[in-house]
Design a protein around this ligand. Sequence first.
Ligand SMILES: [Zn+2]
Length: 150
Amino acid sequence: MCAFFDPPEPRRVAPGEYPAWDQALALLNRDLAVTLPRLEPLQLLALPPYDADEPEYVHVALANGEWHGNHLAPHSQDSPASALASVADAAQETVVERLWQAWPLCPEHDLGMHPREDAEGRLSWWCAGGSRRGSAHVHAAVGALDASGT
Ligand SMILES: [Zn+2]
């Protein structure tokens, strides 16, 4: 705690304030619910900007209010695809850095997966594959993980 500077309290974003990010976060929370069922859903928290002319800073946070990494880029709301990519990155960083575990895991290789566009342009969980068995592969679309193998 610093005696000279009180950081502003993050504000819980209400549903509908940022619809594109809400929809994206719903998909990430679906994946979270099947892979880490004991974890409560992620939420959007907002901090006032340093410069009053700027939009507020919105972060993807754990239910306990902790997050890690940069705020969501405001322009990522311009399309559902960029909103999903942005929220997936932020959600993964928060879960990985705050819970100290790779997430989500590839059930085949037990490796942390990363969001990438698949051949059809859908954002999917991509696994680098094992050195001995199997190569890099797309496991499932973001929002479509299931509990099998976890
Ligand atoms: Zn894999």
